[in-house]
Design a protein around this ligand. Structure first.
Ligand SMILES: C[S@@+](CC[C@H](N)C(=O)[O-])C[C@H]1O[C@@H](n2cnc3c(N)ncnc32)[C@H](O)[C@@H]1O
Length: 213
């Protein structure tokens, strides 16, 4: 795995953006657990002494999570590596703010966010890039702010060469342990508050870690 992962991920999601948006549309209507996790995150980010503040959906894809959070009263905005995804997000959610950017170097001032969520957007990030991304999250989230990571649970990776309607892709998909992600957050200076195992006995288990800066 090389630094090309950024370019490969960008190109892959540009290719699938329109069909990806169609596939994920409405997901929160059918999954009470995901809705509940986002409700919890919304409550936590609104609960600061200064009454909330901007919340970044890092790797927002087509913006459906950003929009769901906005519907819960969160001042949410999205950043994604893929210009194609950002185009779809702006089209589908014209009242919200979306920017092209990378979580490896966010174009945001230090301590400017009340919260940051990475919702299955770290799944293509190689292991060696994770510590510096966690440090970047720590830089932009203000003291007392909340970080939520959602990810595939397990071990190892697979090379994904097509997806979302048969489009060509060139990404690696990583599965990780919940304790591994918590450990990375702790190493970056966060305090882990909650770990959640989603569908732990299924073929596609998920993990959520919520931590505070
Ligand atoms: C599996 S999709 C998840 C999208 C969305 N969060 C969701 O849950 O549907 C992964 C997303 O992460 C984005 N991504 C991957 N690496 C990124 C990076 N370094 N900076 C910003 N976005 C990134 C991809 O472009 C893609 O849109």
């Amino acid at each position: 795995m090389t630094a090309d992962w950024l370019a490969d991920t960008r190109t892959s999601y540009d290719t699938v953006a329109a069909d990806y948006a169609t596939i994920v549309r409405g997901i929160f209507g059918t999954d009470a657990y995901l809705r509940g996790v986002l409700r919890l995150f919304a409550d936590l980010t609104a609960g600061g002494s200064d009454g909330g503040g901007p919340v970044l959906d890092a790797g927002c894809g087509p913006g459906h999570v950003t929009a769901h959070l906005a519907g819960l009263g969160v001042d949410a905005f999205g950043v994604d590596l893929s210009p194609g995804m950002i185009e779809v997000a702006r089209r589908d959610h014209p009242g919200l703010r979306f920017e092209v950017g990378t979580m490896t170097a966010l174009d945001l001032p230090a301590a400017s966010l009340a919260g940051l969520l990475a919702w299955w957007s770290l799944v293509h990030v190689p292991d060696e890039a994770l510590p510096s991304i966690m440090a970047e999250f720590r830089r932009v989230v203000r003291p007392g702010g909340v970080v939520l990571l959602g990810f595939h649970v397990g071990s190892g990776s697979r090379h994904k060469t097509e997806g979302y309607g048969g489009h060509p892709m060139d990404v690696h998909v990583y599965r990780r342990g919940i304790a591994e992600l918590s450990g990375l957050l702790v190493s970056a200076g966060f305090t882990v508050e909650t770990e959640i195992a989603l569908q732990p006995l299924s073929e596609r288990p998920g993990g959520i870690v919520i931590a505070r800066s």
